[in-house]
Design a protein around this ligand. Structure first.
Ligand code: URA
Length: 431
């Protein structure tokens, strides 16, 4: 077997066998097959798709490309969550400490930014000293001792996905249902999750723009999970507009900390409470969603969720004083409030436009080796359905480069649409 023949087969729209998929994933993981062949393989999948069987085989091959974590000696029931990616989606930063504070230990492997969509690891690394590269032993020990872990894939879990993920980010091969499904589910399987809440985003700022596509992705991931003997709940959530107000790494960390301090934007808080409620039900710490939600709310109100976040940051080497005093996060050189050019109801805040503008500012990567600027991004002040007066603050830009600031101003202004009439707010969840 040769790597090129497998690429050609997929290019020519033929179905790959389990052996071929395993051969390719193993060769790529070991470094025998170069990045350019993996990129071509990803593009062939992106353009021609994969059958459910191929996707399951790809998921299992990537999950087995490294160690398969068994957490049964550390936690009674390993519950995990994963988002399919979005703009302003800092959910894990709040949800993990909340559910951990409710008594559900949770260790999660997160990813970096992907295309216009932010990544939890990039966000966490805006906290000075925070280490995402834990060994498997350190991951398990922290989960046992502290009840919460939020780390990256450098530990030997699903290394094939870690490598492919960074190539997809810069080769236009992100929005593919089989690639997303296998990427998410291989990490969940390798990390030892017995039950998973999947937050599948749909809309302009999601990889799945239509509800139908999001449903296909959700069903596929649920099926893969079930096939592997895991319990899976998939939520379909809105990603037409950014979640919360903050978009950009340290700005999002600050918003998550505000939320853990019982503040934060209403939509983000509600979104987190819903995800927490599902995780607590799966973890058998709540008998229904209402009880899960109440427990999660109490953990925020009593301060135990914030304390868990401090524990997490400290355990991973981060400077906790930034959690206690978020004004310590470095501020970008230029901070500009952009005002509404007219009055009216906000009918659209195009999340993709905002996410792409954030990448332009340096919050994400244009190529694999790019460094992320943690300070830049936006605070988007309004939501779809809000009434604004001409001259009211529409969004605030945090930039470190004047030229990029000007580009971002144009792009984010263009992402906003106004209407004369009344506009209904967008739902948080579709299903
Ligand atoms: N999140 C992942 O982990 N992988 C993807 O491909 C998209 C979102």
């Amino acid at each position: 077997m040769r790597a090129v023949d497998i690429i050609i087969k997929k290019r020519d729209q033929q179905e790959l066998s389990r052996e071929e998929i395993e051969f390719f994933v193993n060769g790529f993981t070991s470094g025998e097959f170069p990045d350019y062949q993996a990129s071509a393989f990803a593009m062939a999948i992106m353009l021609n798709g994969m059958s459910p069987q191929e996707t399951t085989d790809l998921t299992l091959a990537m999950a087995h490309s490294g160690q398969m974590l068994d957490l049964s000696d550390v936690v009674d029931l390993a519950v995990d969550k994963h988002s399919s990616g979005g703009v302003g989606d800092k959910t894990s930063l709040a949800v993990l400490p909340i559910v951990a504070a409710c008594g559900l230990p949770v260790g999660k492997m997160s990813g970096r930014g992907l295309g216009f969509s932010g990544g939890t690891l990039d966000k966490l690394e805006s906290i000075p000293g925070y280490r995402v590269d834990l060994t498997t032993e350190a991951f398990k020990k922290q989960l046992k001792d502290k009840g919460v872990v939020l780390a990256g894939q450098s530990l030997d879990l699903a290394p094939a996905d870690g490598k492919l993920y960074s190539l997809r980010d810069v080769t236009g091969t992100v929005p593919s249902i089989p690639l997303i499904a296998s990427s998410i589910m291989c990490k969940k399987l390798a990390a030892g999750a017995q039950a998973v809440v999947l937050d599948v985003k749909t809309g302009l700022g999601a990889f799945m723009e239509t509800l139908d596509d999001a449903r296909v992705l959700a069903d596929l991931m649920t099926d893969i999970g079930k096939l592997a003997g895991r319990e899976v709940v998939a939520l379909l959530s809105d990603m037409n507009q950014p979640l919360g107000h903050a978009v950009g790494n340290s700005l999002e960390v600050v918003e998550a900390i505000d939320t853990l301090k019982d503040g934060g934007p209403e939509d983000f808080r509600e979104h987190c409470l819903h995800v927490c409620a599902h995780m607590l039900v799966l973890g058998k710490l709540a008998s229904d969603l209402e009880e899960g939600r109440t427990k999660a709310k109490n953990a925020i109100a009593e301060g135990s969720a914030l304390e868990k976040f401090r524990v997490l940051v400290q355990a991973q080497g981060g400077d906790v004083s930034f959690v206690d005093d978020p004004t310590k996060f470095p501020r970008a050189k230029f901070v500009e409030v952009v005002k509404a050019p007219r009055h009216g109801s906000i009918s659209q805040v195009n999340a993709r436009g905002v996410g792409e503008a954030a990448v332009t500012l340096g919050a994400g990567r244009a190529k694999k080796s790019d460094l992320v600027d943690h300070a830049v991004g936006f605070i988007v002040h309004t939501k779809v359905g809000d009434q604004v007066d001409e001259g009211a603050p529409l969004f605030t830009i945090h930039a470190n480069d004047e030229k990029k600031l000007a580009e971002a101003r144009q792009a984010v202004l263009a992402a906003h649409s106004f209407s004369e009439g009344v506009v209904k707010p967008l739902p948080l969840f579709y299903s």
